[in-house]
Design a protein around this ligand. Sequence first.
Ligand code: FAD
Length: 861
Amino acid sequence: MVETARVVIIGGGAVGASALYHLALAGWTDCLLLERNELTAGSTWHAAGNVPTFSSSWSIMNMQRYSAGLYRGLGEAVGYPMNYHVTGSVRLGHTDERLREFRKVVGMGRYQGMDLAILSPGEIRDRYPFVETHDLTGALYDPHDGDIDPAQLTQALAAGARQLGARIERFRPVTGARREGGEWVLETPRGEVRCEYVVNAAGYYAARVGAMFGRKVPMMVMSHQYLLFDTIPELEVWSREQGRKLPLLRDVDSSYYLRQEKMGFNLGPYENPCRAHWVAPSDPMPEDFSFQLYPDDLERLEFHIADAMARVPLLEQARLQKVINGPIPYTPDGNPLIGPMPGVPNAFEACVFTFGICQAGGAGKVLAEWITQGGTEWDMWSCDPRRFSGFENPDYCVAKGMEVYGHEYAIHFPMARWPAAPDQKLSPVHDRVVAAGGQMAPYNGWERAEYYAAPGDDTAWAATQTFRRAGPWEARIRAECAAVRDGCGILDLPGFTRLRLVGPGARAHLASLTASRLPAPGRTGLLYFADARGRIVTEMTALPFSDEDIGVITAAVAQSHDADLLRRGLPEGVTLEDWSEAIHCFIVTGPQARAVLAPLTEGDLGLPWLSVQYQARVAGREVALVRVSFAGELGWEVHCDRADAPAIWDALTGAGAVPFGMKALNSLRIEKAYRAWKGDLSTDYSLLQGGLGRFIDWSHDFPGKAALAAERQQGPAKRFAVLTVDCADFDPPAMSNIWAGDRIVGEVTSAAWGYRVGACVALAMIAAGHAAPGTRLEVEVFGQRHAARVTGDGPLWDPPLGRCADALVGHEGDDRPSWHGARDPCRIFCRRGQSGHHQHLCAAPRPVPEIRPRPPVPRFL
Ligand SMILES: Cc1cc2nc3c(=O)[nH]c(=O)nc-3n(C[C@H](O)[C@H](O)[C@H](O)COP(=O)(O)OP(=O)(O)OC[C@H]3O[C@@H](n4cnc5c(N)ncnc54)[C@H](O)[C@@H]3O)c2cc1C
């Protein structure tokens, strides 16, 4: 008899058990969980069991909020009572910037239906009488925070899954895996199991299990400790009088939590310096570490113990009873892996959890949705395994993991660059960019300039520790935007993802995946991809060389995600190639771009928007020229061989092109209402909500067509909109609430100061009834509401009259005049738009010059 199951989950910690429970809840009961030891034997058994909802990430907060709600009712639902104390928590703030972080989270919480609150220093003691407050600026109170017994939680989830018909086998390790006849065959000492889907939920063993599938899991393992203190009589008296426990206290600026444990305390620091384990050959990971701990290591916690005693002097009375030092896995960004296993069919990951107890509930839901529905209710890119692309070697994982752990509670400021493991992937002109003052930041590991500092500018870490727009960078970004507006800028852009579908049927394959119409060979155009519910999965720029050879260019961070999508259902004979490392790109843009390029190229600079010249030369080097610019000015992408890039950079900058960075590009694209992937474009919104309706080619079948057709009939509930916000000091962070009176009616998806229009500009998603141009709204920025006005759903900026022939072409009413908008030949004329700037409107057709014939082998696209 061959043993079978539809889904096999490898690993029986809190996360594996929750995945099993949620699959069973979804009606997928033919599921089997295999655990090498007893349930909870990994990290789960020794976890402290804190269940916060706090997160500065919308999706992680969603997941944790869901967990807390699930845990409240779980014991009763499955008949397995648990110790779950909802005590609330007090999170202390020592600085104004910390309070700003709290206010942002309070706003997100409010949108998610949670009543988090800011406490003034005077109010903190009402919630937590034993704390010293003299040096605090305030605190955040979360009434939903609490703690749960992790082993009981896991057993309850397991019991619930079993009751629904799912199976669990303990002491049955998976030792190998192979693909056979479109199924997975998993090897165990007690025989093989065949299954359709498999889930790696192996916690800190995830890399080992991943290797069975040929997958390198980007992770490392940290040692993490908490200290248990004996009964404190004064605390016992207070607790008995009050009939409750103290709320959990987090001193995030000193990096620890302090929780009442019975009538004593549990102190859990995230220390720096910290300690990684199992990273050196001298310290190999044991074959089996079930129910084991590392030796106590208190020396490095001394600061935190002293600090906690000063903060809550009651702690001084306590005797240390026990230390728990256990393994805790980290990815390079500290978020877990939940979703498709990159490049491996029918395989998923739900592993490498740093906060796996508070996230287990939500993670189980998300994982089950991935498997049963092919997508998740909430956009979960923050946890998608495909956000890593394979360059993350062990040294990188260790350096980043330690950095995240050592700054677990740190504030993530918009201009700060986390310094560990830099320079993973370098532009061929990296040295020139740095010499010109480039302040670098990684994009999928590729170093790009955020902006160019001038000599004497304060570029130290300390200067970046602010949410304020103003800073040493502001004058530089302003000047870079002005250079692009008035002259010619050059952006060094290493790391564009370049994929190529090659073989008979390539065009038909791509056409079957995208909601858009593919451009003809020799042209270029934007493609949008929807999921079955019509939601935005991704965006790619297509460059079909022929029907059997189609290039696509996408965001650097989309490398693994988009390859995964294109690989789906790949027909026999079609191959997917990744050219991302081989070719380099500069964006040369601004009204003087033609004048700068002209002496350096014999290419035809008169060709229109969207034209592609596969074989041109710049500075005597072969290039491809694509007539587009994400900055919204006249411009070309110059694609070239990496080896030729320095000469081209030297020639262009020598001819007057001014280097500009990603921050300026962000400002320029927001003024043009150009959306960015996973900021403005995500599975939280449908193509129609995102205002991308005109990119849909209804004449062919594509994923999500039925859902979008139904939505078209009804009219989208939300709409994309552009707002100006009267916010003098800050740009609204993503997911800032938008208010109409006393109702939240939408959220900001990205925002920046627009230097060309002289206003703070936000791209947003707003309830349909509030998205009309001219609507007055308010945007909540760090707790304060600022007046805002909907300007429409199109650009706030277009180049002024006189440059029209060089400008972006659009149709009246287009939200995003762009490459696709120019597909139809049109004549352009100008008028002064509402914003006071000129708009380009499409009137009668006019002939478009011939596009040059494509070469047999495109080298640079
Ligand atoms: C000291 C400490 C305190 C913590 N406190 C908290 C906290 O307060 N709140 C919080 O949210 N998180 C906390 N954590 C983190 C939390 O413990 C983990 O994130 C969580 O337990 C991870 O659960 P998991 O199910 O992903 O992994 P695990 O619990 O590690 O489970 C993985 C399972 O996979 C099994 N397995 C591995 N390989 C195989 C195989 N080949 N075949 C079959 N089975 C296999 C293992 O035996 C193990 O049982 C703490 C961690 C530590 C170290």
